[in-house]
Design a protein around this ligand. Structure first.
Ligand SMILES: *Cc1c(COP(=O)(O)O)cnc(C)c1O
Length: 418
C-alpha cells in the first residue's frame, strides 16, 4: 500500500517520520543540534558529494544529515508533509514568509530582468520589489488584480518589456479586498514570453487560501510561496515561510537558501509539524464561521458592502465567479467590509470589540480585525487606495475557531456602539 494514497489530513501525524530512529517516540523529537556525527570519513565524503552536487544521488541513497543549515530532520519531515497538500515534488521551509519570497526572487531574477506583479500585493513584497530588487538592477511593473488577460499583455507590449520579462508574481485573492487573479491566464502570458533560453517563471503567493483550498501548481504555477506564519502555523506564535515546486526549481531555491542561511530552525519546524496536524480542522471551522459572519454583516443596516468570496455572483460578476470556481474549493475565512461612514465609524467599531482582537496578521485560531487604510496598507498612495477600494471605511476580519454565535454577538454589540 502506498501511503501517499491517503489524504493529506490523514498523514499529517506520521508521514515521513520513523519512530525506530528516535527510540520509538511517537512524535518527532526536536533535533536541536547544529551538526551531525558521521559514522566514518567515507560517509561524510559521500554526503558532501551529494549535497554539493558533485555527483547524482544513487537510486536508494538517502541524503545524509550534515549540518542544520543544509538539513535537519524537523525541517525535512515538515517539508515532506507540506508537499502532500500541493502535490509538489519538493519544498523548502524558511524563517519567514518574506525570506521565502525574497529568496525565490533573488534566485530567478538577474540584473536587467523584469518582474511583473499583481497589485495590491503584500506590503513587504511590494517594498522588496520596489526598494531592494531595484538596487540590484532588477525592474518591476505592476498590473491591477482585476485586469484582463488581454490588458496585461497590452501593458507588456506598451512598456516593451517582453524580452526582459523573467517572472510573473501574483497574490490571489488580493489582500484586503479579495480581488481574484486568474492563474491559468498568467501561465499563458508567461508561456507566450518564454523562449528557448529564457523561461518566464510564474510564482503564486497562496497564503490566503492554501494549502487546503487552493493548489496553484495544478493551474500552471512554477512556484508557490507561503507565509507559514498564517494558516499553516495558525496560532499566532511563529514566523515562518515555505516554497514549493518541481525538483528542478526547488534545487535552485534550496541551494540559495543554504548560502543565504535563511532556513527555519528545528524548533520552528517542530511547531509547524504540530500545527499541520490540525490544519484541515482549523481551516474548515474557520470557513464555516466566516460564512455565518459574512451573512450577518451582509444583512446589517450599518454595513455597506461585504467583500467575501462566497458572495461573488455568477450573473453580476461572471469573470470573477469563473476564477473563484476554478481556483478555490471554499470561500475562505477572510472577510472585509465597508462600514457606513468613514475612519471614525470604523475605529469606533474596532475599539468596541470584546472577543475579536485588534491586530494585523491572519489565519490564526483567534479572530483578528484591522483597518487596512491606516494599518497594513497605510503606505499606499491616495490614488492607489481609491483604485483598489481601500477606503477609510474598510475593515478586514480574519475569522478564527471561536463559536460563531459569540463572534456575531461581539460584532453586533460593537456595531451598536457606532
Ligand atoms: C504575512 C504575509 C507575507 C509575509 O510573511 P511573513 O511570515 O510575515 O514574513 C507574505 N504574503 C502574504 C499574503 C502575507 O499575508
Amino acid at each position: 500500500m502506498d501511503k501517499k494514497n491517503f489524504r493529506p489530513e490523514s498523514l499529517m501525524m506520521s508521514y515521513g517520520y520513523k519512530p525506530e530512529l528516535s527510540e520509538g517516540a511517537i512524535k518527532c523529537p526536536i533535533f536541536q543540534t547544529s551538526t551531525f556525527v558521521f559514522k566514518t570519513a567515507e560517509e561524510g565524503k559521500a554526503f558532501f558529494e551529494v549535497a554539493y552536487g558533485l555527483r547524482e544521488k544513487g537510486p536508494t541513497e538517502e541524503m545524509g544529515l550534515i549540518y542544520s543549515r543544509l538539513n535537519n530532520p524537523d525541517l525535512e519531515i515538515l517539508e515532506n508533509r507540506l508537499c502532500l497538500w500541493d502535490e509538489a515534488e519538493d519544498c523548502a521551509v524558511f524563517e519567514s514568509g518574506m525570506s521565502a519570497i525574497s529568496t525565490v526572487m533573488m534566485e530567478f531574477l538577474d540584473p536587467g530582468d523584469y518582474v511583473l506583479y499583481s497589485n495590491p500585493t503584500y506590503g513587504g513584497t511590494y517594498h522588496f520589489v520596489k526598494a531592494v530588487l531595484s538596487r540590484f538592477g532588477i525592474n518591476s511593473l505592476a498590473f491591477h488584480a482585476f485586469e484582463t488577460e488581454e490588458n496585461i499583455k497590452k501593458l507588456i507590449e506598451e512598456k516593451g518589456i517582453g524580452d526582459k520579462l523573467k517572472m510573473i508574481y501574483i497574490e490571489t485573492p488580493a489582500n484586503p479586498t479579495n480581488a481574484l487573479v486568474d492563474i491559468e491566464a498568467c501561465r499563458r502570458i508567461a508561456d507566450q514570453y518564454s523562449t528557448a533560453d529564457k523561461k518566464v517563471y510564474l510564482t503564486v503567493d497562496n497564503t490566503y487560501m492554501g494549502p487546503v483550498w487552493s493548489h496553484p501548481l495544478k493551474h500552471g504555477a512554477d512556484l508557490v510561496v507561503y507565509s507559514a506564519t498564517k494558516y499553516i502555523g495558525g496560532h499566532s506564535d511563529v514566523i515562518a515561510g515555505a516554497v514549493l515546486g518541481s525538483q528542478d526549481v526547488m534545487t535552485r531555491v534550496k541551494t540559495l537558501r543554504t548560502f543565504l542561511g535563511n532556513m527555519a530552525g528545528p524548533w520552528t519546524g517542530w511547531l509547524l509539524m504540530r500545527s499541520l496536524e490540525t490544519l484541515k480542522v482549523r481551516m474548515t471551522e474557520q470557513a464555516i464561521n466566516a460564512e455565518k459572519v459574512a451573512e450577518y454583516l451582509n444583512a446589517h443596516p450599518k454595513v455597506d458592502k461585504v467583500h467575501y468570496l462566497g458572495f461573488v455572483d455568477e450573473k453580476e460578476d461572471p469573470r470573477n465567479y469563473a476564477i473563484y470556481k476554478r481556483q478555490y474549493s471554499c470561500a475562505g475565512a477572510m472577510i472585509s467590509f465597508d462600514i457606513k461612514g468613514g475612519e471614525k465609524e470604523a475605529f469606533r467599531f474596532l475599539n468596541a470589540l470584546q472577543l475579536m482582537h485588534l491586530a494585523v496578521s491572519l489565519g490564526s485560531t483567534e479572530s483578528l480585525v484591522e483597518h487596512p487604510s491606516s494599518m497594513t496598507h497605510s503606505d499606499f498612495t491616495a490614488e492607489d487606495k481609491a483604485l483598489y477600494g481601500i477606503n477609510d471605511s474598510l475593515v478586514r476580519l480574519s475569522i478564527g475557531v471561536e463559536n460563531y454565535e459569540d463572534l456575531i454577538t461581539d460584532i453586533s454589540q460593537a456595531l451598536d456602539r457606532v
